[in-house]
Design a protein. Structure first.
Length: 145
């Protein structure tokens, strides 16, 4: 398995840790990822998480921009200023830090969402609402229908 697919909701334990789904850990292991990079999604109340290649891909986009241009400045603000390094513990858990809680609203449960070459952390109800809205939008329906 070389892609993050599907979604799973896991409980956040009393110490603030959440188990990463085994299928996601298998993808990380297959890619040899030991340190993760997470950043606040540009559109959703979610944290995007991937290996060093995710950060490198975003930084390659910045390399092609004028470093003083407003777009490059905004992008750096989001990918560097809104990003952190993360690490799984020996049991495959992530710490749900204030960085994650504040941006996502995650409290007692976290939903892991596969996004091909990275995954996201969501508050479960927000993920379901966003997924339903996306489905309606792709069908050409509005939220109010």
């Amino acid at each position: 398995m070389s892609r993050f697919l599907s979604n799973a909701t896991n409980k956040v334990d009393a110490k603030g840790r959440v188990s990463v789904p085994s299928s996601f850990r298998a993808v990380l292991a297959a890619q040899g990822v030991e340190e993760l990079y997470g950043f606040q999604d540009f559109h959703y109340p979610a944290i995007n998480v991937g290996g060093p290649d995710l950060l490198a891909r975003l930084e390659r986009r910045l390399q092609d921009m004028d470093p003083f241009a407003p777009e490059a400045n905004r992008m750096s603000l989001l990918i560097h200023g809104g990003g952190v390094h993360m690490k799984l513990d020996t049991e495959g858990r992530l710490m749900v830090t204030d960085f994650i809680r504040t941006y996502t609203g995650i409290e007692n449960e976290a939903t892991f969402v596969g996004r091909a070459d990275f995954f996201q952390l969501w508050r479960p109800d927000q993920f379901l609402a966003a997924q339903n809205a996306a489905r309606l939008e792709l069908r050409g329906e509005s939220r109010g229908s």
